[in-house]
Design a protein. Structure first.
Length: 409
């Protein structure tokens, strides 16, 4: 083969991995303080396994099921594991919306190792390279990486705040083009914590039917309502092709166990085709390990053990935060319906992540700059409500004192 020469040689690596992986100023300051052993008041802790929650003593016992020694390649996942997912939604229906129907059968459930993998499966199912998926903004920053790896373009539709967060449906419709293939809804959203209302659901399904789009619903935080409890999109009738995702990471506080799922619902003529194609994608990877699948039914039965602790922690920390904010004229908390994050509004005196960097340098307080989640450049901070109560209280006290001092400066 003739050598094209250095100047004409194509790039060695894929363009889809040409990310800027350098540290942001905030990350660099945080890493520097950690290396120096300086005190940190971390209000970003979100790993449930590091927050002091207790788990059943025999939690790892189900991993010793001898049936896991047999390799049984089932593209959708083992039947009894998928049946356990259906039982989870039956429990949800009984507790939250007994009047609504549930038509989900095990055949409509596909197991994956994570919701990230579930997104990837659905992007591959629905999109050709260059196609578009609409997603709310603010939202979780990982989505950009997931979409980029599958050559999909994310197009934001805005949430606006008016005594609570709401979908801007006018702007959402404006963003739809001939390349749009799906709308993503995180229910409740991360970090804003708003559930999609019944009216939102009707509008979303109507838009999907009108423009021949799929609806992708991420419900990983569904069980953690604060001011209200959301109803799963898996319940009721479905006029649009709908994929509902969740998993052990949040439901059972077990992110390390790596098991999630996709529930496929919708009109029969679309659902049949979607399931057949999705099964081929799943069969290509066969990614979920047998021991985890065998353990899933037992872990789902025990989920309320950790869920109760998480809900109590979030409520306690939210009350602590509100007490600290009660006398503040410069910091306020936006309404939260679910999840375990809080969005704070501060005077827009510093651009981007500058104020979060100043909090780190001045007081060792760790908060997320709102811009990381797609919030406007200045005036927004995001905190996790999952930290141990004493640590959270100390961090909030430090945050309020430092904020007052820095805003005066």
């Amino acid at each position: 083969m003739r050598d094209a020469g250095p100047s004409r040689r194509r790039p060695f690596f894929s363009a889809r991995t040409s990310w800027d992986t350098g540290e942001s100023p905030w990350s660099a300051v945080l890493a520097k303080r950690r290396r120096a052993g300086l005190p940190l008041y971390d209000l970003t802790v979100a790993n449930s396994t590091e927050c002091g929650f207790t788990y059943p003593d025999d939690l790892l016992g189900p991993l010793q099921d001898p049936h896991a020694l047999r390799y049984d390649a089932q593209p959708k996942g083992l039947l009894h594991a998928r049946e356990a997912v259906c039982v989870y939604y039956q429990d949800h229906q009984r507790l939250i919306a007994p009047a609504r129907s549930l038509s989900l059968a095990p055949d409509q459930v596909f197991l994956t190792t994570s919701t990230s993998e579930a997104y990837s499966f659905l992007f591959r199912l629905l999109c050709d390279p260059g196609d578009e998926v609409l997603i709310a903004q603010p939202s979780y920053p990982l989505f950009e990486y997931l979409a980029g790896l599958d050559d999909v373009r994310l197009v934001p539709y805005p949430l606006f705040y008016d005594y609570g967060w709401h979908i801007d449906f006018y702007r959402l419709r404006e963003q739809i083009t001939s390349r749009t293939r799906a709308i993503v809804v995180v229910h409740p959203n991360n970090p804003t914590g708003n559930f999609a209302s019944d009216e939102d659901r009707q509008k979303l399904e109507s838009i999907c039917v009108e423009f021949n789009l799929a609806l992708i619903v991420d419900e990983v935080f569904l069980d953690y309502g604060c001011d209200k409890q959301g109803c799963s999109f898996a319940l009721g009738e479905h006029s649009a092709l709908t994929f509902v995702m969740s998993g052990l990471s949040k439901i059972a506080g077990l992110p390390q166990m790596k098991l999630s799922w996709i529930s496929a619902l919708g009109p029969e003529h679309l659902l049949t085709q979607a399931m057949a194609r999705l099964e081929v994608i799943a069969d290509t990877f066969l990614s979920v390990s047998a021991p985890i699948q065998h353990a899933l039914p037992i872990w789902l039965k025990h989920r309320r053990h950790v869920q109760q602790q998480i809900r109590q922690r979030v409520a306690q920390n939210l009350a602590t935060l509100d007490r600290a904010l009660a006398g503040s004229r410069s910091v306020n908390r936006l309404a939260i319906e679910g999840g375990w994050y809080g969005v704070l509004r501060i005077p827009a005196l510093a651009e981007g992540e500058d104020f979060a960097v100043r909090l780190l340098e001045h007081a060792g307080v760790v908060v997320h700059p709102g811009v990381f989640f797609g919030l406007p450049d200045a005036g927004w901070l995001v905190v996790s409500l999952l930290a141990p109560a004493d640590d959270f209280a100390a961090g909030v006290q430090r945050l309020m004192r430092a904020t007052a001092e820095l805003l005066v400066d």
